[in-house]
Design a protein around this ligand. Sequence first.
Ligand SMILES: [Zn+2]
Length: 416
Amino acid sequence: MTVGRDQYRKEIQSVSDSRQRTLYRGSRLLVLIFLLILGLGTSGMLMACSDASDTTSGATGNPLPGPATDEGAEAAPVEDGDSEEAAVPESTASEQSTGSLLQQIPVYEAADPASVEADELGQIMVLMYHHIREPEAEWSRTPENFRKDLEVLYEQGFRPIRLIDYARGQIHVPAGKTPVVFTFDDGNDNNFNMIEDETGEWIIDPDCAVGILMAFHEAHPDFRPHATFFINGGTPFGQSDWVDFKLNYLVTNGMDIGNHTETHLHLGDASAEQLQQELGRIQQLVNRYVDDYQVNTFALPFGSRPSSDEVAPYVESGTYQEVTYVNEAVLEVGWDPYHSPFNRDFNPLKIRRVRASETKVDGVGMYDWLATFESGSRRRFISDGDPNTIAIPDSRAELLREDLEGYEILLYEAAP
Ligand SMILES: [Zn+2]
């Protein structure tokens, strides 16, 4: 389907209605996926994000909330990873709307841990993208290369999960698969761009990040289009007429909006007041368009933290003009895959990311880590398909954090 200008308001209303149904009545609705047709990519904004690296590590000991599912969302039964859409009941035409299936939490069939060599203490890549545009550069991935990334990850058994689910230790991927997290910084127009096709219909640019993710999901239904878009103030993704549609579309299709501060502030010298304003205003901006949406993830601009110990706590939570924000995941720039949420060193407020690029990555880009996983010198998270269990080879038990509650620990004897 395409989105015409006249349909715009109707789409928004439909999206809003479907959110209500999904959250409060748990209706299962069919996905209407945008059929993307050919269009030209656009040149991106010139703002580059020259983030600095921060390799700090350490645990805070924050307890995980346990394996419970998201509040109000209903699990969608899934027999296996390849038949997700077939497992969802049909809905009536009047109930059809975009994306609500993608807001539901999938349920996969659990496998014997040894049979899939499960290792739920293995590491997880949080991939960091900025621009999706020509030409390939340090902070730009071309549409063609982004599609290649998705194809390679899919073929190697990676499946996207939401960042917030990673932070909360709620890992929903099929047995034998590895979770991966997609992130995009700066709210660039080439992350989510609308274009007019030759018939005058407005469609999602098939060469923007959202267009590519949705098209890949359509071709591979078990590769859910989860990603977090870290926005700044002003007009996220450009195109002021479309901000309302875009933010609602993201949320309705299983994607998330993250905080990147109003002005892409370098936090080093920020005051507590300034930091709370920068973060609170993004929460305010999002709620002007998406009711009740809590922005609960934060990517540090330039990877920098406040230098003052008095200001540092406001990275996690604060209040601005009666708007309270709580960041459950704080992302650094980083350079490597990060811990399993069940690892004793996991700290959701210091998550490191992997640069999803092949330019100036200094041997620590996504493809380098894929090779490292393949070599066995680092272990990747492999799920047993059940988010309520933590399945690990018995030799790894000492790495478990001690404050886990509500999980069943499955130790198994791994082949030497
Ligand atoms: Zn940035």
